[in-house]
Ligand binder design. Structure first.
Ligand code: FPP
Length: 248
């Protein structure tokens, strides 16, 4: 078992909210905020890797985001292609493994091909794993996991929490230790419902394009100050318990 640091989270999940407001404040189209959001994501992945964080999972497009104006949805889809062509080589050379989690059926074949290439080109990287939740919803995840468990022939009496976790979209990662949401809203918004059961939650008014090292360090500091008991009483073993509940 890896040594567990109680001050640095192993896995950080982020709801990158506030791109639209960031752009509105500057009298610019919302799309500009999303573009800046990609840059903030690149900075954050590097900052996380530099601090020894092993997994970062971000909410890039939710199952509910299809309700946005068509122009914004197609802008976000186009941004995937731009981001992959602009940043993939750099991320690949920096040891970032990228996984895409979510329902790929509904996205265009172009976006699906970009995701496939992204995963393929980074599959041997080990420094940090960036999971991009795209067309993802926490409830969708639970349902797809149940469906796949049934399809795999798992008998009802064998369907434990641990067994179902193997079918969840983030089965490659331990549960998030720290959940960050920027943009001032204080809710989970159907992100990793199953996986955040024991995550420490950190909400900040900072708009996502403004997120940087100082904001990340503030979130890590609040995490380090929390007393994680996982439903038990305080013992020196609590962090180790976290690790065995959800080892990657
Ligand atoms: C929420 O801000 C943000 C999103 C719905 C999209 C987040 C996407 C990115 C940062 C780009 C990631 C892209 C790739 C290719 C990984 P909002 O639009 O809801 O902002 P608002 O609450 O201020 O309106």
């Amino acid at each position: 078992m890896k040594p567990v640091s109680t001050s640095i989270p192993r896995h950080v999940a982020i709801v990158m909210d506030g791109n639209g407001r960031w752009a509105n404040k500057r009298f610019m189209p919302r799309f500009v905020g999303h573009k800046q959001g990609v840059d903030a994501l690149m900075r954050t992945v590097k900052a996380c890797a530099d601090r020894g964080i092993e997994y970062v999972t971000v909410f890039a497009f939710s199952s509910e985001n299809w309700k946005r104006p068509e122009e914004e949805v197609s802008g976000l889809m186009g941004l995937v292609l731009v981001a992959v062509s602009k940043y993939l080589a750099k991320l690949a050379s920096e040891g970032v493994r990228i996984r895409i989690v979510g329902d790929r059926e509904a996205v265009s074949s172009q976006v699906r091909a970009a995701w496939d290439e992204t995963e393929r080109r980074t599959e041997h990287n080990e420094r940090i794993t960036l999971s991009v939740a795209f067309n993802y919803g926490g409830r969708w995840d639970v349902v797809q996991a149940c469906r796949r468990a049934i399809e795999a022939g798992v008998p009802a009496h064998e369907l434990t929490e641990a067994r179902l976790s193997e079918f969840m979209a983030l089965s490659h990662a331990p549960d998030p230790d720290l959940f960050i949401r920027t943009g001032g809203e204080v809710r989970i918004s159907n992100f990793l419902l199953w996986q955040v059961a024991y995550s420490e939650l950190h909400f900040t008014d900072c708009l996502w394009p403004d997120f940087g090292d100082a904001e990340l360090d503030a979130a890590i500091a609040t995490f380090a100050a929390r007393d994680r008991r996982f439903g038990g009483v305080k013992t020196a073993l609590a962090p180790l318990m976290a690790d065995t509940r959800s080892a990657a």
